[in-house]
Write a protein that binds this ligand. Structure first.
Ligand code: HAM
Length: 506
């Protein structure tokens, strides 16, 4: 590297990784308000907060969300959690024999997963070892070393882990691992946190996104559970003043009726294949229901004529869907039925729903959810019912901002700015700041002395309502000057009187 290039590299500016972003004050105040409201509203429905690790086994998601879904096949941040301690075969600080022994020990100790690919790689490594021995020496030639290293590199030293792309699978894993089936059922849990999906970033679509997720696990699969979960998210949105909220519901059937419907759909799609675009053509074979999701203009009329799941539900699913709608009506929850609603994750059955809101453009789903009986069992737990949703917090905030919910309304600007001058005044200012903050007031104490004019200008810029002026006179007399910045009026107070006065101002 040339000296110039090295200097440039040194001065390199770091940027947030594509699809991730900083969320700054005052917007964070709005995030806090949203999360606080979630804590409050969800608590009134009997939900408790759970915090799950962001790192989970890759297989957890492959098994639950589905290995063929976009989320798992294309969008996960996955890496091998390298085991520590096994020497690198590249530097041959260890003989090939010892190396193979160490690998076998690690397999026995469960430090290397016994997967088919690892077993194949181990066999390859052993055959390389045999080749060394056939030459009658453990002294390897460069070529043999290289082959050995290649064989060694095929072994996955550690678990494949992923940053979680959604929370349902992790919450189900936690339910099983913590024996929550022994608690009174159902168990109602919610969590708030970052998720990761390597999607193409655009407005409302990020690679680090935040979800507010709620799950009801265990007990009955009564339609009232689905309805109450939906009622809860609608109550939450209402409390926040979210505008243009539209609930779309559907039933996608269960393992008795859905496969037959999917085959019927596929057969019908094959008949009109030539009229469809390349994406839909491909999906006829891979996942025909995804064709219903198509936004391609020319395909809309064709899709409208396709068989609809509602006409092909088995009796139990049809009855269940009716009951869910009845339960929603009883709760005064307005919905729109949308037979084309297809969720992008494999674990759903029966009730599915999405909620859209204003100001979001093409990424307008602010919440998605549904029923997923069978998922806990699929993950190795007992047969367990499940129903829940996840809100895209980024989109929720975006919609609130776009419809005029200024974060400034919740902004934490100081109530009071302490304009102090002189050493004695500084000591008093520190004490005053401490007492006022303890009483719950937001106080800004400048760290260096400023002329009063400059201090008042600064107070103004920060949006403070009052400036407390502390100079030699005030300290000596015990009469502090409080200036109201909006009208410039001033009044004198003793310290206790000031506290009382400020309390009345709130
Ligand atoms: P999901 O539909 O994949 O469902 O995601 C739920 C919500 O997360 C979406 O409606 C959207 O608001 C938000 N979201 C998803 N991807 C992004 C992204 N890249 N950028 C910004 N926001 C995004 C689930 O995740 C299920 N686990 C929901 C669930 C819970 N079902 C049952 N329980």
């Amino acid at each position: 590297m040339s000296e110039g290039a090295a200097k440039k590299e040194e001065r390199r500016k770091f940027q947030a990784i594509k699809g991730t972003r900083d969320i700054l004050p005052p917007e964070t105040a709005l995030w806090n308000r949203v999360e606080q409201t979630a804590h409050e509203v969800f608590a009134t429905f009997g939900f408790g907060e759970i915090r799950v690790p962001i790192l989970q086994m890759t297989d957890l998601f492959a098994r639950s969300i589905g290995a063929e879904t976009d989320v798992v096949a294309k969008e996960m941040y996955t890496f091998v959690d390298e085991m520590q301690g096994l020497p690198d075969p590249a530097n041959f600080a260890i003989s090939p024999d010892d190396y193979v022994d160490a690998v076998q020990e690690a397999v026995k100790a469960g430090e290397i997963q016994v997967t088919n690919s690892n077993l194949r790689a181990l066999a390859g490594l052993k055959s390389q070892l045999d080749m060394f021995h056939e030459r009658g020496s453990n002294q390897s030639t460069e070529e043999a070393q290289l082959k050995f290293r290649i064989a060694a590199s095929q072994i996955q030293f550690g678990d494949s882990i992923s940053l979680e792309p959604e929370a349902t699978a992790s919450v189900c894993r936690a339910y099983i691992e913590n024996n929550m089936q022994q608690l009174p059922q159902p168990v109602k849990l919610y969590c708030i946190g970052p998720m990761f999906r390597r999607e193409r970033p655009q407005k409302g679509r990020y690679r680090q996104l935040y979800q507010i997720d709620a799950e009801v696990l265990g007990g009955t699969d009564a339609p009232a559970i689905d309805a109450e979960v939906i009622e809860m998210v609608m109550t939450f949105f209402e409390r926040l003043g979210l505008e243009g909220v539209q609930l779309h519901i559907n039933s996608i059937g269960d393992k008795n009726c859905r496969p037959k419907y999917v085959e019927l759909l596929r057969a019908e799609l094959r008949k009109v294949k030539d009229k469809l675009g390349p994406d839909s053509q491909r999906r006829i074979e891979t996942n025909p229901q995804r064709v219903l999701d198509s936004k391609v203009k020319e395909e809309q009329a064709i899709i409208e004529n396709l068989p609809r799941i509602g006409d092909h539900l088995c009796d139990e699913c049809a009855e269940n869907y009716k009951a869910v709608k009845r339960e929603l009506d009883m709760r005064g929850v307005k919905y729109r039925e949308n037979w084309r609603l297809v969720r992008g994750l494999d674990y759903y059955m029966r009730t599915t729903f999405e909620i859209t809101a204003k100001g979001l453009g093409s990424q307008n789903a602010v919440c998605g959810g549904g029923r997923y009986d069978g998922l806990v069992e699929l993950l190795g737990g007992p047969p367990t019912k499940g129903s829940g949703f996840a809100i895209g917090e980024d989109r929720l905030i975006l919609s609130l901002l776009e419809t005029g919910h200024s974060p400034l309304a919740t902004r934490h600007s100081p109530l009071l700015y302490i304009a102090w001058m002189g050493e004695k005044a500084y000591t008093t200012a520190i004490r005053a700041a401490k007492n006022l903050r303890n009483a719950g007031f937001r106080v800004e104490l400048p760290p260096v002395e400023q002329k009063f004019g400059k201090a008042l200008g600064q107070a103004d810029k920060l949006g403070a309502r009052f400036a407390l002026i502390l100079g030699d006179n005030e300290v000596t007399s015990g009469q502090w000057t409080l200036k109201t910045l909006a009208d410039g009026s001033q009044a004198k107070f003793t310290e206790p009187d000031l506290l009382e006065h400020l309390k009345k101002q709130l």
